[in-house]
Design a protein around this ligand. Sequence first.
Ligand SMILES: NC(=O)c1ccc[n+]([C@@H]2O[C@H](COP(=O)([O-])OP(=O)(O)OC[C@H]3O[C@@H](n4cnc5c(N)ncnc54)[C@H](O)[C@@H]3O)[C@@H](O)[C@H]2O)c1
Length: 265
Amino acid sequence: MSQSLRQRFQGKVALVTGGADGIGAGIVEQLAEEGAYVFIGDINEAKSRTLCQRWDSVEYLALDVTDESQWQSAFAIIEARKEKLDILIQSAGISRPGSIEDTNLSDWRDHMRVHGEGAFLGCQYAVASMKHTGGGSIVNISSVESIRPGPLFTCYGAAKAAQDALTKTVALDCGEKGYNIRCNSLHPAATYTPLLQQYLQSADDPEGLEKIYAGMQPLNRIATVSEVANACLFLASDEASFMTGHQMYVDGGVLAKPYPSGQGA
Ligand SMILES: NC(=O)c1ccc[n+]([C@@H]2O[C@H](COP(=O)([O-])OP(=O)(O)OC[C@H]3O[C@@H](n4cnc5c(N)ncnc54)[C@H](O)[C@@H]3O)[C@@H](O)[C@H]2O)c1
């Protein structure tokens, strides 16, 4: 990668929800390495603060994405400290697999709140701020499950699909209004993070399930966090300046092949 690419985010201010761990933490690291000032918005203060210790340009904001008052406070702090937000990455997420018979209303509501309402509030506050400061870029971290949901992802696939529709409406609305705000979604397949590890460990045969997941991808492995972060940074950057309302797959090719019966994507 050239020196200029490594400094793509000099002078940019970013907020990464779910930035304490997993994919979000990888995105925080790469944004900071490439010159951005990064706010981590997460409910996990301890892990966020550990990341903050590594860069002067990474700061923690207490943010539960389902709580509108916390979005209000977060944007008040960002605008007071930096006067603008250029990039919002929405990576906060939960996943509790279960078929329609094993899932309860509380699980459904939790998924809809984090992935649906959380992303809605994030887009709403980001647009309200970015439209006054010259525009910006929003990337919603979705999943291959929103395109091709497996039978065990009842709540997760539906919640991510709601988020995808939101991404497109925000992209269209901001485009039509000339706000210079792009909004895209990124769709990873299985990626090595605490979320995935927790899921694998809950199986009777974690190693066997991991092999099944790896084998689903034509590239025959699970993605690394940095592979997903690379794609996210491209979408967030000015290099993607003519891309909005786009669904980018980081899926090892899984969505290019026929769906294997009985398994999630
Ligand atoms: N890991 C995968 O295989 C995979 C695949 C496709 C999509 N995704 C998506 O990528 C995103 C990140 O997943 P991950 O695997 O890194 O998960 P993770 O569990 O490793 O990290 C998720 C982060 O979100 C935070 N979080 C959870 N609820 C929150 C809330 N209400 N408010 C603020 N922060 C909250 C957690 O504290 C954590 O830091 C999620 O949206 C997930 O659905 C993950």
